[in-house]
Design a protein around this ligand. Sequence first.
Ligand code: 3PY
Ligand code: MG
Length: 260
Amino acid sequence: MNGLGITKFATNPMMDKLRAGQPSVGSWLSLCSPVVAETMALVGWDWLVVDVEHSPVGFDTMVQCFRAIQLGGAVPMARVPWNDTIWIQRTLDAGALGLVVPMINSVEEAESAVSNTRYATRGIRSWAGSRVAPYIDGDYQTWTEDNLAIMVMIETVEAVEHAEAILSVEGVVGGFIGPADLALSMGTKDTGPGTEHEAAMLEVLRAARKVGKAAGKYCFSGAEVSMRIRQGFQFLGCASDAAFLSAAAREEYAAIDLTE
Ligand code: 3PY
Ligand code: MG
């Protein structure tokens, strides 16, 4: 099939980058808008994550965002609300090419997350294919084996302690640090260079590199993304649509001179 809007792909481009040892940079969508998703995708991000954990996005809107992201040329991903069979399977069937799975604290939890993404005999995903299957150059079932980007979130003290074992789980593509939940779990507000919080994040980086997986982190700015890439992180989320909108609006609002 050829035509406007139909671009077939043989591999997941963000997985290609990670496999080549290159950084892959994306952003987060919390504004629940397919038009915003399309606008963000056209910026050039490798991927965009629809945040189903911490935004009020509905399931149907998430699917529209996936379509818009793909149309704009980025890889559609979602952060599921929890490490849950129903959420993981439905979100993949709806067309996500990668998942960020929150709060993975043990090998068992990581194995369960991966199993939910894989068909028998390697896992427990039930067969219905996926909305995205017609866009794939090849057979979707085979394609998923090497191309779904399954990122587990390392965002508690327990997860940092088990990071090496969690990231060793076959099928886990990388570990994605949630700095806010990690700080909460550590009972600290003290973050940044020289802190225990920073040391914990660098421990996750060390563990990931040791077992040959990608280390990722939610970053607050492009400058932080650049710094983390230099440290060796590979999968970087750069803020969110909501943060960008708010920052730009605040800047312009502050620049207004109200004197008549
Ligand atoms: C955190 O900082 O806890 C996150 O989940 C960021 O996405
Ligand atoms: Mg979190």
